[in-house]
Write a protein that binds this ligand. Structure first.
Ligand code: NDP
Length: 515
């Protein structure tokens, strides 16, 4: 396992990859190589308590301010991907439920939410934000149980950012006429919002907060594999006294989402998910007059020049692709490294990866949690097998995967060429493809050689090079000497096959206003 000695340790009973997390930070690679196995200390399990959240055996749909079963009584199970244990049965919304939710949203829009002054709407958003903060631990545990992501990520990223989104857009609710969209911007009406499973609560916040601030009402469809935090958020809406029908949550599978986006009572569709489904939705919505924003896939280049601070870049590469098991649309899944430093970067990267801990998502030491579903694991397996078959070299640190649940070790492919599937397709897993370049122009050409255009990263000491490159990269977001930084005030979105429209910031309001 790089410079450390590979061993397994039971992380809260799950087992996992263990090594000395401090090793990579302590010195150059040559020093570390001289002390194999000398460095490690053991991590005691540090499990977050599961008892902070009470999970009901069954959950209903949230329509017109109350929870109710699906009209036809259908339910589905949501499971913990780290253990495959069922967590709860959840109502599966059908056409009748979509009709009821859209009707409730329409009534609330016409009678309550649209006429309400922005300063009053803001109070509800602030209340929701504060409730999210107060119940943060509960949300974090529930998110990690339902999604499989490490608790330190749900605790430190997903939940605080979700609350920050509500705080941020609460601030806009009474200032819309100063947002640069004319003196009297109007809401659109009922928003149908479909979100994925990679950041379940955060994506709900990205969708709901700007829509509500702008005066729209919402029908939200969370992903089938991660419905629980959206339902807890619905409870928070009740707690905040949000008028019935302003937010409705319909759990279900893809057919529920399809029924929602095609519903004639919906004025605005917002979707985050795969490019394939995004295209399907664009076809359905075309010609209906509905407004549409799509936040789709990505295959971002994380570009490392020979003058980059290597240790910082390594942290950025790891954060770029192994954060959230690589289930990130803007993940830096293609590492473009300047040829002269490629060997040292790959060597140090491997050392760093050997220190990551994979295992129980509720253990506070865990870096890599579970893959969200069997289906996603199958997709990652298929694409990584294709990578090997096409001739790339595969590497993972020795790593004991837990016996139950869906797991995939951090994986690096070297010798990748631009035509390989692993360099072109979104893997959406903890898999990095390494390519090299010699000149800045070649870096630009390779980075832009993708049908996507969501994000990119640049690592270099030269500010002028950052500016030059950022102008040439066809990506909606470009990070310089950092990666995966999110702020509610900052617009996010892509173009080409990564979709269109922006979420976050002042720009994010435009999607929910008649401008
Ligand atoms: P999908 O695009 O299928 O799912 C996203 C959301 O859309 C889910 O709520 C899903 O419901 C819903 N949905 C599915 N079909 C339709 C439809 N016809 N009309 C309306 N809504 C629909 O993503 P997957 O979960 O299947 O993931 C597949 C791949 O997509 C991943 O491997 C990854 O590459 C990419 N992806 C990208 C994301 C991003 O942020 N850009 C996020 C998630 C996935 P349900 O969950 O019930 O299927």
């Amino acid at each position: 396992m790089g410079g450390g000695k590979a061993r397994s340790s039971p992380a809260s009973g799950q087992g996992g990859a263990t090594a000395d997390r401090g090793a990579a930070a302590r010195g150059p690679a040559s020093e570390l190589a001289a002390e194999p196995g000398a460095s490690a200390w053991q991590y005691a399990p540090a499990p977050e308590s599961r008892d902070v959240v009470s999970i009901e055996p069954e959950y209903g749909l949230f329509v017109a301010g109350t929870f109710r079963p699906a009209a036809d009584g259908r339910t589905f199970a949501t499971i913990n991907p780290a253990t495959e244990e069922p967590l709860a049965q959840v109502a599966a919304a059908g056409q009748a439920d979509v009709d009821a939710a859209v009707t409730a949203a329409r009534t609330a829009y016409e009678q309550v939410w649209k006429p309400m002054p922005g300063s009053e709407r803001a109070k509800y958003l602030y209340r929701i934000a504060r409730q999210l903060q107060e119940r943060a631990r509960e949300f974090a545990v529930l998110e990690s149980l339902d999604n499989g992501k490490p608790i330190k990520e749900s605790r430190d990223v997903d939940i605080p950012l979700a609350a920050a989104h509500f705080f941020y857009y609460a601030g806009w609710a009474d200032k819309l006429e100063h947002a640069g969209f004319g003196p009297d911007p109007r809401p659109i009406g009922v928003a149908g919002q479909v979100i994925p499973w990679n950041f379940p609560l955060l994506m709900a916040a990205w969708k709901l907060a700007p829509a509500l601030a702008a005066g729209n009402t919402c029908v939200l469809k969370p992903a089938e594999t991660t419905p629980l935090t959206a339902l807890l958020l619905a409870e928070v809406c009740q707690q905040a006294g949000l008028p019935p029908g302003v937010v409705n949550v319909l759990t279900g599978a893809g057919d529920t989402g399809a029924a929602l986006v095609s519903h004639p009572g919906v004025n605005k569709v917002a979707f985050t998910g795969s490019t394939e489904v995004g295209k399907e939705i664009a076809r359905v919505v075309a010609g209906t007059g509905k407004k549409l924003t799509l936040e789709l896939g990505g295959k971002a280049a994380n570009i490392v020049f020979d003058d980059a601070p290597v240790e910082q870049a390594i942290e950025g590469i790891v954060n770029g692709i192994f954060f959230n098991q690589g289930h990130v649309c803007c993940a830096g899944s293609r590492l473009l490294v300047q040829e002269s430093v490629a060997d040292i970067v790959v060597e140090r990267l491997q050392r760093r990866l050997a220190t990551l801990r994979l295992g129980d998502p509720l253990d506070k030491n865990t870096d890599i949690g579970a893959i969200n579903s069997r289906q996603q694991l199958d997709k990652i397996n298929e694409l990584t097998q294709a990578g090997e078959a096409e001739g790339a070299q595969r590497w993972s640190p020795p790593c004991q995967l837990p016996a139950k649940g869906y797991w995939f070790p951090p994986t690096v492919f070297t010798g990748v060429s631009q035509s390989h599937r692993i360099a072109r397709e979104e893997i959406f897993g903890p898999v990095l493809s390494v390519l090299t370049f010699r000149t800045p122009d070649e870096a630009v050409a390779k980075a832009n050689n993708t049908p996507y255009g969501l994000s990119a990263g640049i690592w270099t000491d030269k500010g002028s090079r950052i500016l030059w490159l950022a102008q040439k990269l066809r990506a909606g977001v470009v990070w310089a000497n950092t990666y995966n930084r999110f702020d509610p005030a900052s617009p996010f979105g892509g173009y080409q096959e990564s979709g269109y429209g922006r979420e976050g910031g002042r720009h994010g309001l435009a999607a929910y206003l008649n401008v």
